[in-house]
Design a protein around this ligand. Structure first.
Ligand SMILES: O=C(O)CCC(=O)C(=O)O
Ligand SMILES: [Fe+2]
Length: 320
């Protein structure tokens, strides 16, 4: 029996952005097939400046180095973890009760009051005064990832042969969030039975993962085998989430992934990563694309992105 390759495909986004029609068509095919087969794909030529990623990581590290008393000042429980700081061990994967061995911070999109796509929740960004450049850098990275994501969503729509703006319109002014994660050394922090990020599927349309600062990310292939995914410098790892899977009636899967603990708990092995979760606007209806529906596979009933998100945030312990 043939086994799936142990490496996810690599594509170059500049071939889609500025290539000739042949290069664009090839990108659409390889990118779409990679998502369909693995739910994961590596992307280079994404246009996100390396220096911006470095500057953001420097600020993220400076923030997480602060003591718990400082960090907890930025935890706002009524924002349901959608903005600011979420303490160590708070989030757990769906169907698990033990929290993940991580702490994180969310930067979101703050739309002006009265904007038709503004969510009904009052959550808004908060900023750590201890790291003055955190705001500028994380917002610049948010915007750069948002632009790249929009282009990738256009390529996915082309793969399905539908209007190119179908998915990018859903994400325009959507509730996307940049999550900056700190996985501390496990010497003093280890909780038996817990892992850095327990196996899960992402909730959203697609996720763009800037390279992590250490290994540990793994995906579950269709053959039921866990394979490591390296997020190399200059590459962004893209994966598809449950919302895209729902809209494509399972054609593009939301692949299970996890972040494993380092081999030795004694070493000083910190890890940072920065996933950007691309979400639709709250009232966007998630319904299966007509071309993917068959009598045996009618698809899931339509649901708004907001209702779907709230259901999942409850399941992972971020809202009650
Ligand atoms: O830290 C990573 O590399 C992945 C994190 C992740 O899968 C998530 O936060 O959903
Ligand atoms: Fe994830």
């Amino acid at each position: 029996m043939s086994r799936a390759p142990r490496r996810i495909p690599l594509v170059n986004l500049s071939h889609y952005r500025s290539g000739n029609s042949e290069e664009r068509a090839r990108f659409v095919r390889v990118f779409g097939e990679a998502l369909q087969e693995f739910g994961f794909v590596s992307v280079e030529g994404h246009g996100i400046e390396d220096g911006l990623i470095r500057r953001t990581y420097a600020d993220v590290e400076a923030f997480f180095r602060q003591g718990d008393a400082v960090k907890h000042r930025y935890h706002v429980p009524e924002f349901g973890g959608q903005r600011g700081y979420t303490p160590f061990g708070r989030e757990h994967a769906k169907n698990r009760t033990v929290g993940d061995l991580k702490e994180f911070w969310h930067v979101g999109r703050d739309l002006p009051e009265g904007h038709p796509r503004r969510p009904s929740t009052a959550a808004h960004n908060v900023w750590p005064e201890e790291v003055p450049s955190f705001r500028t850098h994380t917002l610049a990275l948010f915007n750069a990832l948002d632009d790249a994501a929009s282009v990738m969503l256009q390529a996915i729509a082309e793969y399905f042969g539908i209007a190119r703006n179908t998915f990018s319109d859903m994400a325009e002014d959507g509730t996307s969030v940049l999550r900056v994660i700190h996985y501390p050394p496990l010497k003093d922090k280890f909780v038996p039975g817990a892992v850095r990020a327990a196996e899960h599927e992402d909730i959203n349309l697609i996720t763009l993962l800037c390279e992590g600062t250490a290994s540990g990310l793994e995906i579950l292939t269709r053959d039921g085998e866990w394979i490591p995914v390296d997020t190399l410098r200059g590459q962004i790892v893209v994966d598809s989430g449950d919302m895209l899977s729902r809209i494509t009636n399972g054609v593009i899967p939301a692949t299970t992934h996890r972040v494993v603990n380092p081999p030795s708990l004694a070493e000083d092995n910190t890890r940072y990563s920065m996933p950007f979760f691309v979400h639709p606007y709250p009232e966007c209806v998630l319904a299966p694309l007509p071309g993917t529906v068959t009598p045996d596979k009618p698809g899931e009933p339509p649901i708004t992105a907001d209702a779907f998100l709230k259901q999942r945030l409850r399941e992972i312990g971020l809202i009650k």
